[in-house]
Design a protein around this ligand. Structure first.
Ligand code: SF4
Length: 111
């Protein structure tokens, strides 16, 4: 299972969305995306293209984010096309402990 983790927060580059072969697999939040665990086919393409290295198959370190991906995949709208990264995405790549900026509201702004 692939999971989007906290490194996505404040970046939301969405290169992952562009390469994912499964329709509606990614869902859009206000400051990150998540993967729908019921749709993901574990191809791994998304993890290879994420500029923030936010997508992981390392489940032991991702328990909180496994829950977040499953929960918000049921709530947030699907995203099937790449969108503009967040305004400060480049500088946010290297920030640590971003979990505190998690925003549970659904994302908007898909082209
Ligand atoms: Fe989509 Fe493959 Fe990533 Fe799953 S592992 S979210 S199917 S690109």
């Amino acid at each position: 299972m692939y999971v989007v983790g906290e490194k996505c927060l404040g970046c939301r580059f969405s290169d992952c969305v562009a390469v994912c072969p499964v329709k509606d697999c990614f869902k859009l939040g206000a400051n990150m995306v998540v993967i729908d665990p019921n749709l993901c086919i574990d191809c791994g393409l998304c993890a290879q293209v994420c500029p923030a290295e936010a997508i992981s198959h390392d489940l032991e370190s991702q328990l909180q984010w496994i829950e977040h991906n499953a929960k918000y995949a049921k709530i947030w709208p699907a995203i099937n096309e790449m969108i503009e990264p967040m305004e400060h995405a480049q500088e946010n790549i290297s920030k640590e402990n971003k979990a505190q900026i998690f925003d549970s509201t659904k994302g908007i702004g898909q082209k």
